[in-house]
Design a protein around this ligand. Structure first.
Ligand code: ADP
Length: 586
């Protein structure tokens, strides 16, 4: 599943718009005031041709200089009112919409960051960030300008038509004859535009997803010298993007040209018919000019409404996407009624006949696995690569939920515990420690933002990280670069260990690094781990002999089943045992 396809059946689907309601509510009064000023500005705009009519007739028909002066001054007043009203409206509206979109962005981010591992294995992060930026930018345009422009143009349309009928009913009839044509065009093209636009947004998200992935794995890309290939892949995606974008532009261009021609064609008809009336003395020149202005207003309004309608379709496509993300339920759900752990957490972990598959329809990767880690015990998981060790480790903090069987912590099913309490009880040291782009101090304090400098230092000391931190030019304030690229593997690992010290969990899950560290780092990491595991229940995905030796028990996993259990020495004595064989090879 790359991205779900939203329903494109409805012409304007009201659902995404209705969903915006609660977001708009806090700003209802501001938006209402903005609308009043919009009305004032539009009214001023509509009054202008009427004033113009008297101005022209005063000058050309009556030759009244005094009237001309007064009317010109009045006209200035009308424009001033329009300017001020526009200013207030735009200010009120944009300050509200900026906040509304920020709220929606935040809600989307807050929602996404809580989704389960399953979601993130299916969606690329770059695609998600693209949705957060470009789809929401479309929505912002909708609220910020398109909606107010739409209202303004509707007012101009209605007001213009009224004034036209009022000025000259016969001419009005000629002009309005084109309206059904324009509406028909809008209906035909609108749907095509929405489809094209959703296609463009999807391609943008896809391309961004790919770029993000390439940057994320920059070392791999460069070490295999695949820069050219990646660029080619990106170019391929961009070409797709260009194809759909050009298609959209073509639809748009055709749409606007057709609508423009129809609208302005009617202006030509009005000029002709009006000219005939002026020649016959049935119409003053001022009234014809005023009428023309109204006709232009109406034509421009119809054109803009059609354009905006196209934009609406784009924004609705974007909104649908965003709300779809917001509707994604985490596959790992908080229990309706939760049981609390007795404090302090003892750290007894037990897997009871756990079977697991990553998705429905896929084969089980774990088959009735049962194992226990008693409080304070160190258990190593051994076995070939791909046997299911990492999977077991990720079921305990509920990154995924078991398919069958259950996992308990201090005798309570982990699914009955509040997620936060469960995860607070577990400290994880991953194979590749991921750091954030802040300072070393911030990176350690990530485990507990309330920690004092004192606490952070104590944790770093326990993790044997002080040794290198204090030698760095900026010490604790050294910035580690994105994902910690400025530190060595061993250094990153010690920071990750310091984090867990600071967290002080009852249970530690350690995925041992496969890549070998330099001897000095290795020694420090060993010592740090030695201290970290003191008195904590520990599950280690073991790759090193020194670790398995230290474990109280080794549980050997093969093809998702527990096949052997015992101490390192016991397991070695089993001649035909998998462990003994693995050990001989390794
Ligand atoms: P180990 O840690 O022992 O090397 P893993 O637990 O990583 O093994 O993998 C066990 C099996 O589960 C492998 O066959 C692997 O391909 C599969 N697997 C791992 N992660 C996923 C995933 N996100 N989706 C589907 N299958 C997965």
């Amino acid at each position: 599943m790359s991205s779900a396809t939203p329903s494109r059946r409805g012409f304007i689907s009201p659902r995404p718009l209705a969903r915006m309601g609660p977001l708009l509510r806090p700003y209802a009064s501001r938006l209402a005031i903005a609308f009043v000023f919009l009305l004032i500005a539009a009214a001023a705009g509509l009054v202008f041709p009427a004033v113009l009519r008297y101005l022209l007739d005063a000058a050309f028909e009556q030759g009244d200089r005094g009237a001309l002066d007064r009317i010109a001054l009045g006209l200035l007043g009308v424009f001033a009112v329009q300017g001020i009203a526009n200013y207030i409206q735009v200010r009120l509206l944009s300050s509200s919409t900026e906040r509304i979109i920020a709220t929606l962005r935040e809600q989307t981010f807050a929602h996404l960051i809580r989704l389960s591992a399953a979601f993130f294995t299916e969606r690329r992060t770059g695609e998600l960030t693209s949705r957060l930026s470009s789809d929401l930018a479309l929505l912002q345009s909708l609220l910020g300008t398109w909606l107010s422009e739409f209202s303004r143009q509707i007012l101009f349309l209605l007001g213009g038509v009224l004034m036209m009928v009022f000025t000259n009913p016969l001419l009005a009839l000629t002009t309005l004859a084109v309206v059904p044509l324009v509406v028909g065009a809008a209906l035909t093209f609108g749907r095509a535009l929405r489809r094209a636009s959703t296609g463009v947004q999807d391609r943008v998200a896809e391309a961004m997803g790919m770029a993000d992935e390439a940057f994320g794995a920059i070392r791999t890309v460069q070490s295999f010298t695949r820069e050219g290939e990646e660029t080619r892949r990106f170019r391929g995606l961009l070409q797709d993007l260009v194809t759909v974008a050009v298609q959209r532009a073509r639809t748009r261009a055709l749409f606007f040209s057709v609508v423009g021609f129809v609208a302005f064609g009617s202006v030509a008809a009005v000029l002709w018919q009006g000219g005939v009336q002026v020649l016959a003395g049935q119409l003053t020149a001022g009234a014809l000019v005023a009428f023309l202005f109204y006709a232009l207003f109406v034509a421009a309004a119809v054109g803009s409404i059609a354009t905006l309608f196209g934009h609406f379709q784009e924004a609705i496509g974007a909104a649908t996407r965003v709300f779809e993300l917001l509707d994604t339920e985490p596959s790992v759900q908080e229990a309706a009624t939760t049981t609390h752990l007795t404090s302090p957490v003892q750290g007894a972990v037990s897997l009871e006949a756990v079977s697991f598959r990553y998705a429905d329809g896929q084969p089980n990767v774990l088959h009735e696995v049962s194992l226990t880690v008693a409080p304070g015990e160190v258990v190593a998981l051994g076995g070939r690569s791909g046997s299911g060790k990492t999977t077991i480790a990720s079921l305990i903090p509920r990154f995924w939920d078991v398919t069958e069987g259950r996992i308990t912590l201090d005798g309570v099913d982990v699914r009955a515990l509040p997620l936060q309490a469960l995860r607070e009880a577990i400290g994880m040291v991953p194979q590749e420690s991921v750091l954030f782009s802040g300072s070393i101090r911030e990176n350690i304090a990530y485990a507990n933002p309330d920690a004092t400098d004192e606490d952070v230092m104590r944790a770093a000391r326990a993790a044997h990280a002080c040794e290198f931190i204090e030698r760095l030019p900026d010490g604790w304030d050294t910035r580690v670069g994105e994902r910690g690229v400025k530190l060595s593997g061993g250094q990153r690992q010690r920071i990750a260990i310091a984090r867990v010290f600071l967290k002080n969990p009852a249970i530690v899950i350690l995925d041992e690094a496969t890549s070998s560290l330099d001897t000095e780092s290795e020694r420090y990491v060993e010592q740090a781990l030695e201290e970290l595991l003191q008195g904590r229940s520990t599950l280690i995905i073991a790759h090193r002999l020194s670790t398995v030796r230290r474990a109280d028990r080794v549980v050997v996993i093969d093809r998702g089943r527990v096949v052997e259990t015992g101490s390192h020495d016991e397991l070695l004595t089993r001649e035909d045992g998998i462990y003994a064989r693995l050990y001989q090879i390794g």
